[in-house]
Design a protein around this ligand. Structure first.
Ligand SMILES: Nc1ncnc2c1ncn2[C@@H]1O[C@H](COP(=O)(O)OP(=O)(O)OP(=O)(O)O)[C@@H](O)[C@H]1O
Length: 227
């Protein structure tokens, strides 16, 4: 049985008196892709932010790579939020060089390699502020990939992307999974992400409504399918 790399045991997260997550128990296995679904406000982003170490559980137990505080294993986790976290006035490669400098002393991809990995031309001499939405999302993913994280937490990676860019990103994620990286991604575009899923985790009002096998676990994923 694959090794769990992150586990939540009866985890709740309260914002004031409001419970955004309610007694969530789930474990995530290495090398699997989890597609996290649920209506607006179901708690998807809260779950990802917690696994990224940006929020602490109010109740319950969480372990990521065996650590109670994911901050202790930050270099093994890549988190991509709605915000791209890129500097609009810099080119893609300038942005990534800046972030690569922050990882000095750690194993890290070359900025050019990370951009190529997401299908962006590192020599593109255009500030990120002038990129299309799909290019910005891919540059943002390249930033996350720099540190070669084992756990990728992607909040709405396909939002505002055209279909061609989204399929390109899906093929990229399939490659990461084949490298035994674990992927958790939230999306409202179920039909797009579903073929990649080993598991579909559906949240409802902060609780786990269901955890079911995805098409990939059933051997149905073909990167070119659905194009
Ligand atoms: N910082 C905060 N303070 C108070 N309430 C919050 C905060 N962050 C989130 N919430 C509330 O917690 C609930 C879960 O929010 P969350 O962003 O995790 O949901 P989501 O499933 O990601 O929603 P969406 O699909 O709209 O992004 C929502 O009702 C939201 O209003």
């Amino acid at each position: 049985m694959p090794e769990p790399i992150a586990e939540l045991e009866s985890v709740s997260k309260l914002y004031g008196t409001f419970a955004a997550l309610r007694k969530v128990s789930v474990s995530f296995e290495r090398g699997r892709c989890y597609v996290v679904l649920g209506a607006n406000g179901a708690g998807k982003s809260t779950l990802l932010r917690m696994l990224a170490g940006l929020l602490r559980p109010s109740y319950g137990r969480m372990r990521v790579f065996g650590e109670e505080d994911p901050a202790n294993v930050r270099d093994r986790i890549g988190y991509m939020s709605h915000a791209t976290m890129l500097y609009d006035e810099f080119t893609g490669v300038e942005n990534l060089r800046y972030f690569a400098n922050l990882y000095r002393g750690r194993a890290c991809m070359k900025p050019e390699e990370a951009l190529e990995a997401v299908g962006l031309d590192p020599s593109l001499n255009r500030p990120v502020g002038q990129y299309s939405q799909g290019m910005r999302q891919r540059a943002s993913l390249a930033r996350v990939l720099l540190s070669q994280p084992e756990l990728l937490l992607l909040d709405e990676p396909f939002s505002n992307m055209d279909i061609e860019s989204a399929h390109q990103m899906l093929r990229l994620l399939e490659t990461f999974r084949s490298e035994q990286r674990t992927i958790l991604l939230t999306t409202h575009q179920r039909e797009l992400a579903e073929p990649l899923a080993d598991f579909m985790l559906r949240l409802r009002a902060g609780s786990v409504e269901s955890l079911s096998d995805g098409p990939h676990a059933q051997g149905c994923f073909a990167p070119e399918a659905g194009r």
